[in-house]
Design a binder for this molecule. Structure first.
Ligand SMILES: [Zn+2]
Ligand SMILES: [Zn+2]
Length: 148
């Protein structure tokens, strides 16, 4: 079984994951831009049962006024501010972990990109990327033609 580990910057929050990701995605939506303060957010999604927080659990902020109409919770370290992940209520039993908090991040590739229509003008994509205009919706979302 695959093992992952991770931490926030100050290590108040550390975690281990036993199991494979259920999904991996880069999200270019407005919400991800404004909550991260950056161009997009990259997530590795695991089954919640596979994640063990070793000390404290992340603090959370529930945002009920998101642009795309569903509440989202941002998970973060209340001491150092590292954004550990998000909780999407409709994805019951799963949790998005921010790739930058995972120790093995250099071994992880993400080819799925969503909310391409909200991507910033300088955002580029890898050769094997697929880019969806809005959400992924299990692969049934509308894809975007993009320059690679
Ligand atoms: Zn911290
Ligand atoms: Zn997003």
């Amino acid at each position: 079984m695959k093992e992952y580990s991770g931490r926030c910057r100050c290590e108040k929050i550390t975690f281990k994951v036993s199991g494979e990701p259920t999904w991996k995605v880069n999200c270019n939506c407005n919400w991800c831009q404004t909550t991260s303060g950056s161009a997009f957010r990259s997530f590795v999604i695991f089954n919640e049962d596979d994640i063990t927080y070793l000390n404290e659990r992340p603090a959370s902020y529930e945002d009920t006024k998101t642009e795309h109409g569903r509440p989202m919770s941002n998970l973060f370290c209340s001491t150092c501010g590292t954004i550990v992940g998000i909780k999407v209520p409709i994805m019951e039993g799963r949790q998005h972990i921010s790739i930058g908090t995972i120790d093995q991040r250099k071994d992880i590739n993400i080819t799925c990109n969503i909310w391409g229509q909200e991507a910033l003008q300088f955002t580029g994509y890898s050769k094997d990327a697929e880019v969806y205009k809005t959400g992924y919706w299990g692969g049934t979302g509308e894809k975007m033609e993009i320059e690679k």
